[in-house]
Design a protein around this ligand. Structure first.
Ligand code: XIL
Length: 346
């Protein structure tokens, strides 16, 4: 079947970034990833700015993305593609009219692409990237973070929406489905623990479904925080998303701990003594473990619809939020109390 990693229990599904930390980070964390994870998702290497930095057929930069896919295949891991259409980490040229040749009017360089130009660029990009890894990358984040955090607008005011219009989302799914009819196509977004944003997700997906767009799974990023109660609303969040009738993938799980210098116990935080620092770490570790336990209790409740859990990083050193020490393994790749909790809960 098309779905990967039906069983998450007993072995969380992992993501591993080759991006800004380079090949050495891959080597260092390789053992950890191979031991505890059965799936990889690239942190940055398949984003438009990295894989397709310049216009034209020779504008692609395949080496890091190819290395990522080969790593996954070599180790028999499920390979996730992240991400095709996003407002961030996308080069400016994508949204501009074609640059004029030097002996033509200079006006063209600054003007925006037309709807037709941008649709064609999006189609070409999706066909090229999805096509290259057809049958190898089984799951794609087709559209990432299209929903607005503000007001009543469902879609964020991105260049994609401004230039193409709201149907850019459906078009992206159509193009991806053309490029690989067997791939599982996800809509992925963050903050779905909050009722307002989740409501917008539900109306967006219902509209896509009514229009026949091939959206096949919902990705909920789950960048959580121990100091907020967001992990407590996970159960409610999953219940409502589940009602869409699509599989749910947790796509970028991490739980930010207390910020550095933030008071986490009654201890004097200004003290530099190793004992105090050790106490704060232990307390932060305990709170993180509790939060992960809460999240996984909710995930287990929804195991019928949950297909994938991806952590946004393997260890704390290799996390985009490393200061918040948000993962199951510390900077030296030692398991934290949160790891034990996840194993016991799941
Ligand atoms: C982040 C990466 O982890 C960083 O390395 C990069 O600098 C910015 O992007 N939502 C997403 C991910 O969908 O692509 C983001 O990844 C984190 C938020």
């Amino acid at each position: 079947g098309a779905a990967v990693n039906r069983r998450i229990v007993g072995g969380p599904v992992g993501r591993f970034g080759f991006g800004r930390r380079g090949v050495d980070a891959v080597r260092r964390d390789r053992e950890l990833v191979l031991r505890h994870f059965n799936s990889v998702s690239p942190e940055n290497d398949l984003k438009w700015a990295l894989v397709h930095p310049r216009p034209g057929a020779d504008g692609y930069a395949w080496a890091p993305a190819d290395a990522f896919v080969e790593f996954g295949e070599r180790h028999g891991m499920s390979i996730i593609g992240h991400t095709l259409v996003w407002h961030s980490q996308t080069p400016d040229w994508v949204f501009r009219a074609d640059a004029p040749r030097s002996n033509e009017s200079r006006q063209g360089g600054g003007t925006r692409a037309t709807r037709e130009q941008l649709l064609e660029r999006m189609r070409e990009h999706i066909h090229t990237v999805v096509g290259r890894y057809k049958g190898r990358i089984k799951v794609w984040d087709v559209v990432n973070e299209a929903i607005s955090d503000h007001g009543d607008y469902v879609l964020r005011d991105s260049p994609w929406r401004q230039i193409i219009g709201p149907d850019f989302v459906a078009k992206a799914f159509e193009y991806a489905h053309e490029a690989d009819p067997d791939a599982v196509l996800r809509y992925n977004d963050y903050g779905l623990e909050g009722a307002a944003k989740r409501g917008k997700l539900i109306s967006l997906i219902r509209t896509l479904q009514a229009d026949g767009a091939p959206v096949m799974a919902i990705g909920t990023q789950a960048h959580l925080n121990v100091t907020s109660a967001s992990f407590k609303s996970m159960d409610q969040s999953l219940s409502e998303i589940e009602a869409l009738g699509l599989p749910i993938h947790v796509t970028e799980l991490d739980i930010n701990g207390a910020r550095q210098g933030q008071r986490t116990t009654g201890a004097d935080v200004s003290s530099n003594s190793a004992a105090t620092a050790g106490g704060l770490v232990a307390e932060a570790d305990r709170r993180l473990a509790e939060a992960y336990e809460g999240v996984f209790q909710a995930l287990i409740e929804h195991r019928e619809s949950l297909e994938v859990v991806t952590f946004w990083g393997a260890n704390d050193a290799n996390s985009w939020r490393s200061r918040g020490r948000p993962l199951l393994f510390d900077a030296d790749s030692n398991p934290k109390p949160a790891f034990q909790k996840v194993i016991l809960t799941a």
